[in-house]
Design a protein around this ligand. Structure first.
Ligand SMILES: [Zn+2]
Ligand SMILES: [Zn+2]
Length: 128
């Protein structure tokens, strides 16, 4: 049997892509985990993760107002979230909403926006 990421299997039952932090040598399972790491103040740039989400043309598809208690929402089911990482975690773990992570959808576009903004081509996908 072929396992693309054997050492991650037990921790990564959904087979989410592994992301390396742009600023420190850590790896995260799923884009939500990387965002959480950055939002949580364990790394640099914590504030930009939040405000950057409102600087894309697509923000109306997942954003309320930056000053709201829940600035983010799921376009598909309208669930509300206080942090953008929670929204990605929701999409990664909810089959009916996970299509939003596709490159042509709003959360895929925001993910690509972050990756382009931090300009680390090649290091976003460490392993798949
Ligand atoms: Zn980091
Ligand atoms: Zn949803």
């Amino acid at each position: 049997m072929y396992h693309p990421a054997p050492y991650q299997d037990s921790n990564n039952p959904l087979g989410l892509p592994i992301y390396e932090c742009w600023f420190c040598p850590t790896n995260w399972i799923g884009f939500s985990a990387l965002l959480y790491h950055l939002e949580d103040g364990r790394c640099v740039k914590e504030d930009r993760i939040r405000t950057l989400a409102f600087e894309t043309p697509e923000y109306g598809f997942y954003g309320n107002k930056l000053t709201d208690a829940n600035p983010f929402f799921c376009f598909h089911c309208r669930a509300q979230f206080p942090q953008v990482s929670y929204l990605y975690h929701h999409a990664e773990h909810t089959p009916s909403c996970s299509y939003l992570l596709n490159p042509s959808e709003c959360l895929g576009a925001l993910r690509d926006f972050y990756i382009e903004y931090y300009e680390c081509p090649g290091s976003d996908y460490v392993h798949f």
